[in-house]
Design a protein around this ligand. Structure first.
Ligand code: NAG
Ligand code: NAG
Ligand code: NAG
Ligand code: NAG
Ligand code: NAG
Ligand code: NAG
Ligand code: NAG
Ligand code: NAG
Ligand code: NAG
Ligand code: NAG
Length: 800
């Protein structure tokens, strides 16, 4: 017995020592762990065509506030309820990494904690620990990991580790040296803008043009010239799905949501009603393609517009739906087969959309999309027919000309005919720039004309610029190389760099896949994962990603909301990214950055940002500047300047007329009050009030709405426990009570003044009418002017 026992012990201890690395078991087990769902749909069939056009049916709900403790609670809660397999795999991974120095296990641990793979919760501290360990194991040779570590050091992982910009720079250099394109972009961006590194345009240009050349050579000449590459882009700001960073009408930045579902035109819009001869007889069949087979005749015809847009969405793909060329081809091919004999009997609107369907079908046959092989003959037939059907009058221009131009130029070598087709497209605002691109190349190759003789429309540079402006990606590259060769005359290093940057960023499918990953994470409601993904793209220099990171950290409060409650490190990071985005000319981001400075009491910095943003024509910034001057925050108090800034708002946005006039009236009242009292009574001293934007100061109204806001905050980082939130105590004097209702002494006095005006003017009118005085209100006489009358009274009312 004893011998057996000793033997057993020995065996056990031997096994303990020589236990194998569990990596193989882990790989097997991982297959059984839950994978994340893919929120991107595979075709447009199941989408409701009546989605809200602004948000495109994309519902992203972000928590406003962030509490580290809440994150820890979620993390602990996960481990209490984790499945046995999850526990086992995790333990094995830890063993493999810690005892066997298995780099793959270490890498996987890092990724698990960064992006929450296999259902594990994210944990930035652990992610950093494991990534760092992996880096040391691989002796600083893995470029991917070096780049990710650089991002971590640059952002401090939003409060997890100390920010270390110089370490980040070193890691970017190392990764870039190993050929990592993201690190190269990050470096180039830093040199271009002087972010955490001295500004050096030549270095930036060198890096950007190297990346651009590499991208260019990844396309064959045929792809580049004829079948221009299709790029799936997720270069989109989250806030644009809800109308922009600032509230509607106040944003001055163009929306980035360009890949939404094709917008069904408003059937009451003038173009379409005209097409119908004024009659609106449209109705949609049930949800796209499936609806039109077997429906009754009327419905089939009316469905043509819907068929076209459904096919287009499948062809292009949207943010929430992959391209599905098979579906698009089927839909269009069926439409062609079914309707081609009926054209004669079609209503104009249906003809129009039928023509568009044929154009798209021809385009697909030409490019060989949705079919095995391109069929040029068929494509040409379809395109010509599309033109014939669509161009009933000169007002309508078919996009099919671009493809016919390409066919004539490259397949038949008939340049004259090609140019004819291209010229039909050139002045069409909605074209994609193909025609300009090709014309530019044709004219650049023709050396017969000397530069001066050419018409503007034959100027290769002019045409290339227009093609690039329309967003035709190859044209942006060609423009940059034209500029580099000196064709464009003098061009500064900064201009050239920014053209290259634009070209590279258009290729985000290749150079910045994390833009898509971030968006997908948002669709899955994984805010912290999205934050990490967008942080990588933001470091690469994507303005859109910088705004997104800042927005995920700090969502600007709506008019009557209180600022988000977030740790200081996160707020500072948000500030940094809003500022960077602003430096890349997103004026709205500058306003938000200014607001954050305002909130933390750094008024002069806020003013500086508002001033720059106002120069970029941000209406909100002008308003805020007016406020700062009115209250003497960060600048000398100056009512004249304040008034000028308020009035500037009106020059750019007439919708705010009412609000602006009221504010100016209040300003006047205030300045008279000061004049009356000799400036001794500073009743307006409410400068510590942080809720200034647009509503100027919180009013009783905002108090009333506070209840609604509280309800709206259900999604905040810490929903259950109110005890963490500092609560406001309202008690004390009558003024304090009034204040707690949002009625400031300032408002009371203003109201008094306004009342006084009205009473005075009313009295004046009455008296004047009785006595026959010549009274003019806003320059308009109250009664017909009588000759020779003297001592008239001029009353100026503010038009409110
Ligand atoms: C296209 O859509 C069809 C039907 O929805 C689907 O079966 C197919 O897998 C999709 N193809 C791709 C490439 O997503
Ligand atoms: C991360 O993991 C560590 C170790 O398990 C834990 O102490 C910490 O609370 C976690 N942090 C978060 C934010 O979950
Ligand atoms: C793992 O690496 C450490 C040093 O990083 C070393 O001390 C240890 O012996 C290694 N373990 C194995 C099993 O290789
Ligand atoms: C790591 O790199 C350093 C310097 O590049 C070298 O001296 C060292 O031998 C390398 N270590 C390993 C384990 O490859
Ligand atoms: C870095 O290591 C990870 C994990 O082994 C690997 O997937 C990745 O391809 C490596 N990157 C490079 C550039 O070698
Ligand atoms: C298009 O429809 C015709 C029948 O109308 C069919 O013969 C052909 O195969 C279809 N082509 C494709 C690419 O689906
Ligand atoms: C192209 O389409 C036409 C008409 O459908 C057909 O007759 C021809 O064989 C096709 N050509 C090729 C190369 O598939
Ligand atoms: C180009 O096409 C047009 C119209 O089809 C034709 O009249 C002309 O002769 C062609 N030119 C050449 C050089 O093939
Ligand atoms: C709220 O938080 C406090 C301390 O932070 C804790 O003592 C209390 O139990 C929490 N209440 C709830 C309902 O979670
Ligand atoms: C609010 O008032 C109560 C008593 O009225 C006091 O105990 C509490 O500390 C006050 N809270 C704050 C945040 O001032």
């Amino acid at each position: 017995m004893l011998v057996w026992g000793i033997l057993w012990l020995l065996l056990a201890s031997c096994m303990g020592h020589e236990a194998a690395d569990p990596w193989y078991t882990i790989e097997q087990n991982l297959k059984n762990l839950p994978k994340k769902p893919d929120p991107i749909l595979s075709s447009a069939q199941e989408i409701d065509p009546y989605l809200d056009p602004v948000s495109d049916g994309i519902k992203i709900s972000l928590p406003m506030d962030y509490y580290e403790r809440e994150q820890e609670r979620i993390y602990d809660k996960f481990w209490k309820g984790a499945s046995e397999l999850q526990q086992e795999v995790y333990a094995q991974l830890k063993t493999s990494s810690a005892e066997f120095n298995n780099s793959e296990a270490t890498y996987l641990l890092a990724q698990i904690h960064l992006i929450g793979e296999y259902g594990y919760p994210h944990n930035k501290t652990l992610a950093y620990y494991y990534l760092n360990r992996f880096n040391e194991m691989t002796n600083f040779t893995n470029a991917t990991v070096l780049f990710e570590l650089a991002v971590m050091h640059s952002t401090g992982l939003f409060g997890t580790i100390p920010i270390d910009s110089s370490k980040a720079l070193i890691y970017y250099h190392l990764a870039s040296g190993l050929g990592d394109v993201r690190a190269k972009m990050a470096l180039a961006y830093r040199y271009q803008n002087g972010v955490n590194a001295p500004r050096d345009c030549d270095k930036a240009l060198f890096l950007y043009s190297e990346i651009a050349q590499k991208l260019r050579s990844s396309y064959s000449d045929q792809e580049w010239d004829i079948v221009s590459p299709f790029l799936e882009s997720y270069d989109v700001r989250i806030c644009d799905f809800t109308g922009g960073l600032l509230s509607k009408g106040l944003s001055s930045t163009r929306l980035s949501t360009v890949r939404k579902r094709a917008l069904r035109p408003d059937i009451t819009s003038s173009v379409l009603t005209n097409l119908q001869g004024g009659r609106i007889i449209l109705q949609f069949g049930g949800g796209g393609g499936s609806g039109f087979v077997g429906g009754d005749d009327e419905e089939e015809e009316n469905g043509l517009m819907n068929i076209y847009y459904t096919a287009l969405d499948n062809y292009q793909g949207t943010y929430t739906q992959r391209r599905n060329m098979t579906v698009a081809m089927q839909l269009l091919n069926m439409t062609y087969a079914q309707f081609d004999n009926d054209i004669r009997y079609m209503a104009d609107l249906d003809r129009f959309f039928y023509g568009k369907c044929l154009g798209l079908l021809g385009h697909m046959y030409f490019r060989g999309e949705g079919v095995e092989m391109p069929n040029i003959t068929l494509a040409e037939q379809l395109l010509e027919r599309a033109i014939e059907i669509t161009e009933v009058s000169d007002n309508f221009r078919s996009a099919a000309h671009a493809d016919l131009g390409l066919i004539n130029q490259y397949i038949y070598g008939n340049l004259t005919e090609a140019i004819k087709h291209y010229n039909r497209m050139v002045d069409l605002a909605s074209s994609d720039g193909t025609a300009e691109f090709q014309l530019s190349k044709i004219y650049a190759g023709v050396n017969g004309h000397s530069g001066e003789e050419r018409l503007a429309v034959e100027d290769p540079l002019f045409l290339m610029r227009r093609a690039a402006h329309k967003g035709f990606t190859p044209a942006i590259y060609e423009l940059a190389s034209m500029a580099e060769k000196g064709i464009t005359g003098r061009v500064t290093c900064e201009e050239l760099t920014s053209i290259y940057k634009t070209f590279i960023e258009e290729n985000d499918e290749i150079v910045a896949p994390s833009l898509k990953e971030g968006f997908i994470a948002l669709l899955r409601q994984e805010t912290e994962v999205a934050l990490w993904e967008y942080a990588k793209a933001a470091e690469q220099g994507y303005e859109v990603a910088q705004t997104n990171v800042a927005y995920l950290l700090y969502q600007p409060p709506l008019q009557l909301q209180e600022p988000p409650i977030i740790p200081e490190a996160r707020r500072n990071m948000a500030l940094a990214y809003y500022t960077r985005s602003f430096m890349q000319s997103n004026a709205d981001a500058g306003v938000i950055a200014g607001d954050i400075y305002y909130e933390i009491g750094e008024y002069s910095r806020a003013v500086a940002l508002y001033q720059t943003a106002a120069m970029k024509i941000s209406v909100q910034a002008m308003w805020n500047l007016g406020y700062m001057y009115e209250h003497g925050l960060g600048v000398e108090q100056d009512f004249h300047l304040a008034k000028r800034h308020y009035e500037q708002v009106l020059e750019h946005n007439h919708k705010l007329y009412f609000g602006v006039r009221l504010t100016i009236l209040k300003l006047k009242a205030k300045s008279w009050f000061i004049w009356l009292t000799g400036g001794k009574v500073n009743y307006w001293k409410t400068s510590t009030d942080p809720h200034h934007v647009a509503s100027a100061s919180s009013s009783w109204f905002s108090r009333l709405l506070k209840t609604f806001r509280e309800a709206g905050r259900e999604n905040s980082g810490h929903p259950e426990n109110e005890s963490i939130r500092p609560d406001q105590n309202s008690s004390g004097s009558i003024l304090d009570t009034l204040q707690s209702w949002g009625v400031h002494a300032e408002d009371l006095i203003t109201i008094g003044f306004v009342l006084l005006f009205f009473i005075m003017s009313f009295a004046l009118r009455t008296v004047a009418l009785r006595r026959g005085w010549a009274v003019r209100v806003n320059g308009v006489p109250l009664q017909p002017q009588q000759q020779g009358q003297q001592g008239g009274v001029d009353i100026q009312f503010f038009a409110i």
